[in-house]
Design a protein around this ligand. Structure first.
Ligand code: ADP
Ligand code: MG
Ligand code: ZN
Length: 695
C-alpha cells in the first residue's frame, strides 16, 4: 500500500496511540522511528528518560516479526519486558536469573514465530548453538540498549558486548537485513565512533539530541572544603530552593552534611528535613529515605552517586555538588534530576584544589596498578579454584584482592562462576584495562577543564555529548552567561590598572591572528605586574564580555601532549579604543561563604577582607593552624630534599607561619602572603593550596 507522507505520519501516530496509549511523539522520536522502519541502521543518543525505548519498540511492531533486544542488565530487561507485557505484547527474555525451563520455552516461542520481543543478555551469544538458533528466524530489528557498553572508552565497558560485532551479520540476515538500532544516554563523540565501528553498522544514521535543558541555571564556584557545609546550609535555608539533592563525594561527607542541615542552620533554628543516602546504609534505610523524599517528607537528601537511579520526582529545585564528580556524564545525569517539571531550577558545583587529591585517591583505589591484577592472574589456572582460597594465598589485602579480581573479570582475564570458583581467562585484559584506566583519568581532566572554562556551561555540556549543532547557542543563565546573576560565584569590577592592561591586550591582538596566552603575557611584559592566574582571570572576563575568544589547543613535545590556550580578538574586541567604556566583571576567586538572611530572603555573599598583605611575624596559631604548620613543614623538608636546597629557600619560617594562619584558598590569596611572589605561586601554589585546603 502506497501512502503519502501525511498518511504515513497518521498511521504511525495511530499505532503509537493504539499500542502504547501515548497522545503524540516526544521531540525527536518520530524521525528515528521512521528511519528504523525503513530499515536503516542508526545510533540514538538521548538523555535518560527521554524515551529511547519507544524508538525501537514502535518500529519493531511496525515492521512485524520478532525484535531481538540486547540489554546488559537483568533489572533493565525485566523492567522493559514487564512494561511491554502489560501493554499486551508478546515478550520473552533469556538471562541467567531465570529457570532453564523458562529459557527453553522462550526459544520454542521464538522459533514458532509467536514473539514480538525477545530480550537477551549479551553473554548468551557465547552459549554454543544459541546464535545459530536465533539465526533460524528472520528478525524484524535488532536493538542494542546501553550501547556505550561496547566501547572500551565507555564507562561501563562490557567485553561480552564485543561479541556482538562478530554475531550481528549472521543474526540480521542477508537480503532486506534487520536494521541495528543502538541506544545510549552517554556517548561522547569518541564513544559514538567506537559503537558504529564495533557493531559494523551499515551507512548508519546518527540522532543526537535532547541534551539542552532550558530551565537549569548552572553555577560553578571555587570554594574551600571547610566552607562548603555552611554555604550549603545557608543556601538551602531558603524554602524556595527545596526540595534539593546534595551530592557528596564520600559516605562521611554525606553523613556530616545531612547532620548539619538537620540540626538547623548556623544556630538560626531553621532545621531542614534532611537525610544521608549512600551505599553503606542497609537496603531498608535506603528504601525509606528514597520513599520519604519522593513523598515530600524529606526535603533534602545528601547522597553519594548511589542515589537517584530510582528517583522520579519532578519538583527538585536545587542540585548541589559538594565536590567534583568523576565524569561529566555522571554530573549531567545528576544535575538533570532538577526541574523535571519545567520550572526554573539551579545547580551548584563546588570545587577546589583539594578535590583533585580526593579524586586521585579514588582513581587509585578503583583502578589499582596492573601489577595487582597480574599477581591475581598468575595465580589462576584451568582448574577452577575457590575465591577464598585464592584470596587467602594472595599477598594482596582482602579489598585489594577483590578489586583486582573484579577488574580481571570485567576485562576477561578471569572467569568467576556462581559458586565462587575462578578460572583463568584470556590475556587481553591488560590492554583494555590500561586503556580504560587512562580513559578514566582523562574524563576527570575534562571535569576540571569544565570548571575553568569560559564557555557557557550548558553549551559546553551539549557539546560534550556530541551535539555540535546545538552547542553554538548560549543559555543566558549560567555563571558564565550571566555573571551578575550568579549567587555564589563572586565577580568584581575591573580596576583601572586592569582596564589599562585590557587595552594593551587588545592592541597586541589586533596585529595578529592569535596568540598563546602565555606568550601574550610575556610579550606585554606583564609577568611582574600580574600573576599568571590573575592574567588568565582578566582574559576570561574579556571572553565573557565578548571581546576575545579563547580556544584550547595542544601540541606535542617529546611525545607528550602540552595544552595551551589561544586568544583571538572578536569583532567587538576590534572596536575597543582607549575611550570605549567597557564594563568588565572579573571572577573574584573563592567565595568566602553565603549567608542566609535572618528574614529568610535571598542570601548575601560575604566577601573576603579587602586585599591586604597578611602580616608575617610572630603569630599565635589555632589548633588547626598548628596542624597545618606541621603539614607544611613536613612538605618543606621533602621538597627541599628533592630540590637539593636548604629548607628556607623553599619557604621561610615567617612565610610558613603566615600560610598556616591565613589558610589561603586561592592563588590570589596566596600572593597576599609575604614571601609568596608570583614565581613561588607558580611553582608551589597548587601544592600549598592543596595542603591548606585539607581537613
Ligand atoms: P530512556 O530509555 O530514554 O531512558 P524510556 O524509553 O525508558 O527512556 O522512557 C522513559 C519514559 O517515557 C517511559 O515511562 C516511557 O513510557 C515514556 N515515554 C516515552 N515516549 C513517550 C511518549 N511519546 N509520550 C509519553 N510518554 C513517553
Ligand atoms: Mg533506556
Ligand atoms: Zn550559559
Amino acid at each position: 500500500m502506497e501512502l503519502g507522507k501525511d498518511g504515513e505520519a497518521e498511521n504511525l501516530k495511530e499505532l503509537l496511540r493504539a499500542v502504547f496509549g501515548f497522545a503524540g511523539f516526544r521531540a525527536g522520536q518520530e524521525a528515528v522511528c521512521r528511519a528504523a522502519i525503513e530499515g536503516r541502521d542508526l545510533l540514538l543518543v538521548m538523555p535518560t528518560g527521554a524515551g529511547k525505548s519507544l524508538c525501537y519498540q514502535l518500529p519493531a511492531i511496525a515492521r512485524g516479526g520478532t525484535a531481538l533486544v540486547i540489554s546488559p542488565l537483568i533489572a533493565l530487561m525485566e523492567d522493559q519486558a514487564a512494561k511491554l507485557g502489560a501493554l499486551g505484547l508478546k515478550v520473552a527474555r533469556i538471562h541467567s536469573g531465570l529457570d532453564r525451563a523458562v529459557a527453553r520455552q522462550a526459544c520454542v516461542d521464538y522459533l514458532s514465530g509467536q514473539l514480538q520481543f525477545l530480550f537477551i543478555a549479551p553473554e548468551r551469544l557465547r552459549v554454543p548453538g544459541f546464535p545459530q538458533m536465533l539465526a533460524k528466524k528472520r528478525l524484524a530489528l535488532i536493538a542494542i540498549d546501553e550501547a556505550h557498553c561496547i566501547s572500551q572508552w565507555g564507562h561501563d565497558f562490557r567485553p561480552d558486548y564485543r561479541m556482538l560485532g562478530e554475531h550481528l551479520p549472521g543474526l540480521r540476515g542477508g537480503e532486506n537485513a534487520a536494521p541495528v538500532v543502538a541506544l545510549t544516554a552517554t556517548a561522547t563523540p569518541s564513544v559514538q565512533a567506537d559503537i558504529l565501528e564495533q557493531l559494523g553498522m551499515v551507512k548508519p544514521l546518527k540522532f543526537i539530541h535532547g541534551f539542552r535543558r532550558e530551565n537549569l541555571a548552572i553555577e560553578v564556584v571555587e570554594l574551600a572544603v571547610p566552607e562548603r557545609a555552611g554555604t550549603i546550609a545557608n543556601l538551602l535555608a531558603d524554602p524556595a530552593r527545596r526540595p534539593a539533592i546534595v551530592y557528596a563525594v564520600s559516605r562521611k561527607q554525606s553523613e556530616a552534611l545531612a547532620g548539619v542541615l538537620a540540626s538547623g542552620v548556623a544556630g538560626r533554628g531553621g532545621k531542614i528535613a534532611a537525610a544521608a543516602y549512600h551505599a553503606g546504609l542497609d537496603a531498608e534505610t535506603r528504601e525509606r529515605v528514597q520513599k520519604a523524599f519522593q513523598a515530600g517528607e524529606l526535603e533534602v537528601v545528601v547522597a553519594t552517586i548511589a542515589f537517584g537511579m530510582g528517583i522520579d520526582k519532578a519538583d527538585i529545585r536545587t542540585v548541589i555538588h559538594a565536590g567534583l564528580p568523576a565524569t561529566l556524564e555522571g554530573y549531567y545525569q545528576e544535575i538533570g534530576r532538577a526541574g523535571r517539571d519545567g520550572a526554573q531550577s539551579r545547580t551548584y558545583l563546588m570545587h577546589s584544589y583539594a578535590d583533585q587529591r580526593t579524586h586521585d585517591f579514588f582513581l587509585n583505589r578503583d583502578y589499582p596498578p596492573v601489577e595487582n591484577l597480574n599477581q591475581v592472574f598468575k595465580a589462576l589456572g584451568e582448574e577452577p579454584r575457590a575465591v577464598e582460597e585464592l584470596r587467602g594465598a594472595s599477598k594482596l589485602g582482602e579489598e585489594e584482592f577483590d578489586r583486582a579480581l573484579e577488574k580481571l573479570e570485567i576485562h576477561g582475564g578471569a572467569r568467576v562462576d556462581f559458586g565462587g570458583l575462578v578460572t583463568r581467562g584470556g590475556t587481553g585484559w591488560k590492554k583494555t584495562y590500561t586503556i580504560q584506566a587512562r580513559y578514566r583519568a582523562e574524563q576527570f581532566e575534562k571535569v576540571l577543564r569544565f570548571t575553568t572554562s569560559t564557555e557557557c556551561r550548558m553549551a559546553a555540556l551539549v557539546r560534550h555529548f556530541g551535539d555540535v549543532a546545538d552547542a553554538s547557542r548560549t543559555c543566558g543563565k549560567c555563571d558564565v552567561c550571566d555573571p551578575a546573576g550568579a549567587e555564589l560565584r563572586q565577580f568584581r569590577h575591573a580596576t583601572t590598572a586592569e582596564r589599562g592592561m585590557l587595552q594593551e591586550i587588545v592592541d597586541e591582538l589586533r596585529a595578529v591572528d592569535y596568540r598563546a596566552t602565555g606568550t601574550l603575557q610575556r610579550n606585554l611584559d606583564m609577568v611582574g605586574r600580574i600573576s599568571r592566574n590573575d592574567f588568565e582571570a582578566l582574559l576570561d572576563a574579556m571572553v565573557r564580555a565578548g571581546l576575545i575568544e579563547i580556544e584550547e589547543a595542544e601540541f606535542e613535545k617529546d611525545g607528550e601532549a602540552i595544552r595551551y590556550r589561544k586568544a583571538r580578538l572578536t569583532d567587538a574586541g576590534m572596536e575597543v579604543r582607549r575611550t570605549t567604556p567597557v564594563a568588565l566583571l572579573i571572577s573574584d576567586g573563592i567565595v568566602d561563604a553565603f549567608e542566609a538572611r535572618a528574614d529568610g530572603g535571598p542570601g548575601a555573599k560575604k566577601t573576603k577582607a579587602a586585599a591586604k598583605k597578611v602580616e608575617a611575624g610572630p603569630v599565635t596559631l589555632s589548633a588547626e593552624g598548628v596542624a597545618l604548620a606541621a603539614r607544611l613543614r613536613e612538605w618543606r623538608v621533602a621538597e627541599a630534599k628533592r630540590l637539593r636546597v636548604p629548607a628556607y629557600v623553599v619557604l621561610h619560617d615567617r612565610t610558613l607561619n603566615a600560610l598556616a594562619q591565613a589558610r589561603p584558598g586561592s592563588p590570589r590569596e596566596l600572593l597576599q602572603i609575604e614571601g609568596m611572589g608570583p614565581a613561588k605561586v607558580e611553582k608551589f601554589g597548587e601544592v600549598l593550596l592543596g595542603l591548606c585546603g585539607k581537613g
